[in-house]
Every structure is written in C-alpha cells, then in structure tokens.
Ligand binder design. Sequence first.
Ligand code: EPU
Length: 337
Amino acid sequence: MIDIKNGISLLPYNTLKMNVKANEFVEISSVEDLRQLSSQKGFPERKKLVLSAGSNVLFSDDFDGLIMHNAIFGISVVSEERDQVILKVNGGESWPDLVEYTIGQGWGGLENLTLIPGKVGAAPIQNIGAYGVEVKDVIVSVEAFDFIIGKQVLFSADQCQFGYRSSIFKTTAAGRYFITAVVFRLSKFPRLNLTYGPLRQAFEGKTSVSIQEVSAEVAHIRRSKLPDPEVIPNAGSFFKNPIVDRTLVDKIKVNFPDLPLYQQNEAQVKLAAGWLIEQCGWKGYRMGEVGVHEKQALVLVNYGQATGAEILDLATEIQDSVLDRFGVILEPEVNIY
Ligand code: EPU
C-alpha cells in the first residue's frame, strides 16, 4: 500500500542536511508500489524525484513535488560459478553495506568503492567511482521502472551509456526511471586495481594483497581526506573534475608546471578540480555556516545551519574564481534542486 505524506521534512534524507520540506513524500518498497503509483491519474506529468540516500543532492529550497524514497531491499545470488558470482541487489540497499558484505564473502570487484555513501539504486546514475574503479566496471545490467510506459525495463551495461560521473539516467533519460535493482558481476579470483597512486604506494613491495586489505586501505585514505557526513554534512565532491582541451592545459602549465592531470585522449585532459580550487585559495575557507573542507577542496560543507542559497553562493564564487584564474569551467557533480 502506498502512503503519500504531505509536508515532510527532508532533513533526515539528505547528507548536506538542508532543512527543507517536500510537498509530497512516499516510501517505495516494491515494484508493485511503483505500478500503483504510476497508475494514478496525471502521474507522468507530475513533478517528482527519486531519492536514495540523498548523498549527492543539494536541495536549494522546498521541493514542490513528490519525493519517491527508494526503500526496495533485498540481495540475491543469480548464479555462481567457479570463478564468479552474479549478484542482484535491490536499489534501496546501502552501498557501503553491500561493499562490506561482498568483501566478507570474498567476492572481488567493489573493494575500491568502499565507504562511498549512498544506495545501490543511485550508483549507476552517476557511475560512482573512486581510486581507479568505476561501478560500470562490475555492472551487468540495471532494472528500472519506466514512469512513461508504467513498466519495468532492463538495461544492459552498454545501454546505460556510462561515462565519467555520467549515464543515460543522468543525461537523456534523466527523471524517467526509478532504478529498482542492479546486477553485478563479482570475481572469486579478484584482479586488484592498484592504479591510484597512494593505493599502489601503500602496497609497494608486497607480493600478495587481498581485497580486505585494499578495502581497509581505501577506508583509511577516505577517512583521512573526506569529511564524514554524519559529523560535517557534505555531499562528497561538489564539482566534477573538468575535462578540457590539451591547448588550454599547455597554457596553464606555463605558470603551473605541477598541474596534476590525467590524459583522456590525444586532445583532452582531465584536471583535478580540488587542486584548481585550492590554488585559488579556497581550501579551509569558512564563511558563516558554509565552507570548503580543509583536507579536500572539492568538498563543500555545511557547518550546521547553512541554507541552500548560501551553499550555491559559495559554489558560484568558487566557479568564478577558477574560471578567472585558469579559464576552466567547473560543473557541479551534485544534483541541484
Ligand atoms: N588536490 C589538491 N587539493 C585538494 C584536493 C585535491 O591539490 O584540495 C589534488 C591531489 O593532490 C591530487 C588531485 O588533486 O593530485 C586529485 O585528488 P584526489 O585523488 O583526492 O581525488 P579528486 O580528483 O579530488 C576524485 C573523485 C572522488 C574520489 C577520488 C578518489 C570526482 C569529482 N571526485 O576526487 O569522488 O573519491 O577521486 O578516486 O571525480 C565523489 O565523487 O563524491 C568523490 C568523493
């Protein structure tokens, strides 16, 4: 039975801890709930938003529409072979708990994605990634409810059009689907990814490394740089790392020879937004209730009572200064409503 509530506070539902209200709010605990909801008159046109853990959103104001909170739980093994496991995980499951569970089982693939806040259903939307791995590397398929046709549909990994912090669910099909489950391919004989510098250094000289050790090291690196949203509200990286033309990079390098960069292809280079922001003097900045984290300039934080407008003002000032100094446009990584 679906139960739509009115005027609910979204404070417990977003990690930036914006104290805003939703006009309507409903818990979705099954695909059947979605069928019922979508059969209501005028549903396709209604203003609505699927919310998972709220760890990648900024509510700049009250939400004047329907929030559908993903609470579809359940994990099942689809098939198990000598070397791999195909695991289906419903969208409402916690991402960090899933990672911990798979590591406990000895199934590799998610260890580099340890401690990323959020729910499984949101992971494919922006193709979450950290320390050399993106979730697309282990996704077989995505099950979603299509609000337009009112039915379940299946996306192969290819059909999801994954890119850096992007997928079809964030671009051409944004808002059209509710991700009900994700199917992963995990390995019983994991091939570790230690391409991320600090991770490689941590295991330098070791002949055998386990997924448990990688996960513990990732947890250690994350805790040393990223604020725990339970302690200092934040939404992780506020901006994406910008992908720019080689010609611009060559210009910047004249004055900044130490510019960290990741070559994408012959013409394009990914820059570290955190570095650019730090160079503009923002790291550790605080103005009233908002600030830039002291250990990672890509993370904007709420010191307790910040409003969405204050966060947006700070974000705009940062974007302006990076554009002024480097000629680089920073795009938000968080979804702003
Ligand atoms: N850097 C600075 N100053 C800073 C932050 C970073 O100089 O304040 C430099 C670092 O020294 C390094 C480079 O920038 O040379 C990259 O920094 P880091 O490895 O910490 O990663 P990032 O590019 O800032 C990205 C992801 C993170 C992910 C890390 C690790 C994006 C937008 N962010 O950050 O993901 O955890 O890599 O893989 O791609 C998130 O998406 O919310 C997130 C936290």
